[in-house]
Design a protein around this ligand. Structure first.
Ligand code: 3PG
Length: 209
């Protein structure tokens, strides 16, 4: 099962980060993103109701939902019990990696330096999330993947229409998109059709590589 989730993340390539939305909005976003071809969702756990939404969305098997911004092992366990399919965390905590390994749930911790990336991978991470990747840029990823090409990388933080293809070309296995896709202005205006459109654009960009 764990391997299936890993393969699916690799195949879908894009996850959408849903942060600080109210519960109804999270359901509307899930729908809008799915219509645009993005079904892997990362609901950040500090969002009130996050665990309930993860549980509910995974029920229908229409979405593929994990938890984001998991900062400690207790929260990882709660998210896994709620049904999270994968755990994203911006930091490298060995207890979080261990706990996810124990439950057989893929874990994607954050790292930036080559030493952190290798340490996290060898500690049992399934992917490493290079964060904040937008600040470091595609060339940084490319250089790192010279010696560390066996490590599957997700990039996140500041990924947009202008740099997403370069990150894939640089060797990123996957990309997590927050603000450039799940745009707060569009949400405030209730323009979920525009979010569907953006999802399609991002899927197309990634498929062009
Ligand atoms: C986040 O912290 O919400 C994610 O890393 C996404 O970042 P972004 O909004 O810059 O895409």
């Amino acid at each position: 099962k764990k391997q299936e989730i890993i393969e699916k993340l690799k195949q879908l390539k894009i996850t959408a980060v849903i942060r600080n939305s109210d519960i109804n909005t999270m359901f509307s976003l899930a729908d809008a993103l799915k219509k645009g071809g993005i079904e892997a969702l990362e609901i950040t756990v500090e969002t009130p109701g996050a665990l309930d939404v993860i549980k509910e969305l995974n029920k229908e098997n229409k979405y593929f939902v994990g938890a984001g911004t998991v900062l400690d092992a207790e929260t990882a366990r709660a998210a896994i019990i709620a049904g999270a399919k994968f755990i994203f965390t911006p930091v490298m905590r060995l207890d979080v990696i261990k706990l996810c390994n124990r439950y057989g749930i893929p874990v994607i911790p954050g790292a930036t330096t080559p030493t952190e990336i290798l340490t996290g991978y060898e500690a049992g991470a399934d992917f490493i999330k290079v964060f904040p990747a937008g600040v470091f840029g595609p060339q940084y990823l490319k250089e790192i993947l010279g010696p560390l090409k066996h490590i599957p990388i997700f990039v996140t933080g500041g990924i947009n229409k202008n740099n997403i293809k370069d990150f894939i070309l640089a060797g990123a296995t996957g990309v997590s998109l927050g603000g450039a896709l799940v745009d707060k202005d569009l949400i405030a205006k209730g323009m979920f059709d525009k979010i569907t459109e953006r999802a399609r654009e991002f899927v197309n960009l990634v498929n062009q590589v």
